[in-house]
Design a protein around this ligand. Structure first.
Ligand code: NAP
Ligand code: MG
Length: 497
């Protein structure tokens, strides 16, 4: 198994996680085999070789996890809020203690540079967890001045019940915590399904959850693919809510399954095709560097990636030249390499999909300015790729690629810009670079996106609401809005006569 690993001074605990494979499912604070006995392999995207095996949860395992989470809910949901917070803070401390190892697991399973996993993913995981833990004892109702005499009316914000969190592979642990934090703080119990490509950090988290003192059944972790594991969760009548991050196509399936089963609540964080805009009056060095990292960090596998770059015509040549120069210096390599900017894509299928968009874009008349090809023959590496285009109807411009590909175009007026920037089914994020404060805010207000960055790109914070417009989904994670996603309001009438 170790032949799949690069030369690197791994934590012994990381290697042990891999050797202990096949793992089991985490239900009721215990490790149990899938009832079918089935397992599946998770691969190292830098080599294509298997890293470890995980249990494959089927419908019977989903039933068992739901039963455990339902049994745990009455006590957890009515527990003292400060005590829930304490356990979440304890979990954050444990994650900090195990951060080096968790970062290594993220890099092995996902492929991202270890520097990014260490300085990005892991610190964000605990920042988010602590922020949401802080909300647990601040979830308040209100008193309501009704028109009836002698009636005292108040509201309570109550948890929903069993929440299923279904997450993608690009930020495995961070996505898990975005959902786990507010769901548990508000008093729900949870079933987490990590992406089949990246189960390892979630499985490791299970032991930390037990150590933090969460009662059995409060958190259950089921590994397995979308079908059958995710689909069985979305269709289960015992689940009160599905919190989903992933593709728009799967989001639609989850809504349909929710509607057909029990009208469970659904919140969706979906794909994007985010417009990033550079006006000619921008600080060019920052704008060009910003546009570069807006799309090429995480090898373009970020929902907020600034994949459509609009440049005011007067600055177009300068931006395209600058971007090309920067991009051609980016090092594509495995995540443990000494110097690496762009890691592998997550899978063979994803690499082929992205290559398909590149080929199709070229055939349709878009011009490749940089990149366009595979790197090496092992693993799933692609060059950072820049396309220049004019035709907004190109597939390359309309569809989410989820790879290291940016499409650059020139614009002449603000009206044209807004019309074209909004000409997509998506609405997750947007960026704008200009020194003109009025222009920046005009754009920020007119663009259809859940988040807009002015003279920056990609910042996410536990206190700042985050989510989509249009087919990028609905519901806002982060901030107090995340708590609203995991609670429901009860109104109580008291006759005071
Ligand atoms: P995906 O295929 O939609 O998968 C997301 C999760 O859903 C995975 O755990 C997946 O399981 C599961 N799933 C697949 N089919 C399912 C079904 N029929 N019922 C229930 N669950 C099912 O997306 P992905 O390929 O992992 O991630 C890439 C996509 O996610 C991109 O479109 C990206 O924009 C989006 N994304 C959005 C955000 C955001 O915050 N808005 C963040 C990250 C990614 P398996 O993969 O294990 O089969
Ligand atoms: Mg993997």
């Amino acid at each position: 198994m170790k032949k799949a690993l690069p030369e690197y001074d791994f934590q012994p605990a990381t290697l042990k996680v891999l050797e202990d494979s096949p793992k089991k499912l985490f239900i009721n604070n215990e490790w149990v085999a899938a009832q079918s006995g089935e397992t599946f392999e998770t691969l190292n995207p830098a080599t294509g070789a298997p890293l470890a095996a995980a249990a494959l949860a089927g419908a019977a395992d989903v039933d068992a996890a739901v039963a455990a989470a339902q049994a745990a809910f009455p006590a957890w949901g009515s527990s003292i809020a400060a005590e829930r917070a304490e356990k979440l803070f304890k979990l954050a401390d444990l994650i900090d203690q195990h951060a080096d190892m968790l970062a290594e697991l993220e890099t092995l399973d996902n492929g991202k540079p270890i520097r990014v996993a260490r300085r990005g993913d892991l610190p964000y995981v605990t920042k988010h967890l602590r922020y949401q833990a802080g909300w647990a004892d601040k979830i308040e109702g209100s008193t309501v001045p009704v028109t009836f005499p002698n009636q005292f009316v108040y509201t309570r914000r109550e948890p929903l019940g069993v929440v299923a969190a279904i997450i993608p592979w690009n930020f495995p642990l961070l996505m898990a915590i975005w959902k786990l934090g507010p769901a548990l703080a508000a008093g729900n119990t949870l079933i987490l399904k990590p992406a089949e490509q990246t189960p390892l950090s979630a499985l490791y988290l299970a032991d930390l959850i037990r150590e933090a003192g969460f009662p059995p059944g409060v958190v259950n972790i089921l590994t397995g693919p979308g079908e059958p594991t995710g689909a069985a969760l979305a269709a289960h009548p015992g689940i009160a809510k599905v919190a989903f991050t992933g593709s728009t196509a799967v989001g639609a399936k989850i809504m349909a399954a929710a509607a057909a089963s029990n009208l469970k609540r659904v919140s969706l964080e979906l794909g994007g095709k985010s417009p990033n805009v550079i006006f000619a009056d921008a600080d060019m060095a920052s704008a060009v560097r910003g546009a570069q990292w807006a799309v090429f960090s995480t090898a373009g596998q970020e929902c907020v990636a600034g994949t459509r770059l609009f440049v005011e015509r007067a600055a177009y040549d300068q931006v395209v030249d600058g971007l090309k120069q920067n991009v051609e210096k980016m090092v594509v390599d495995h995540g443990f390499a000494e110097k690496v900017h762009v890691g592998p894509l997550i899978s063979q299928a994803q690499m082929e999909r992205v290559q398909g968009y590149i080929d199709q874009g070229q055939q349709a008349g878009a011009e490749i300015v940089a990149g366009g090809g595979r790197v090496g023959e092992q693993g799933y590496f692609l060059q950072p790729t820049i396309f220049a285009y004019q035709d907004d109807t190109l597939k390359l411009v309309q569809e989410e690629i989820f790879g290291p590909v940016v499409a650059v175009t020139a614009f002449d007026s603000e009206d044209e810009l807004i019309a074209r920037a909004n000409d997509t089914q998506y609405g997750l994020a947007a960026g704008v670079w200009t020194r003109d404060v009025g222009k920046a805010h005009r754009y920020a207000h007119a663009v259809q996106a859940g988040t807009v960055w002015i003279n920056g790109y990609g910042m996410i914070d536990p206190a700042a609401p985050f989510g989509g417009y249009k087919m990028s989904g609905f519901g806002r994670e982060m901030g107090k809005e995340a708590i609203d996603l995991y609670t429901q309001v009860k109104t109580v009438w008291v006759n005071t006569q």
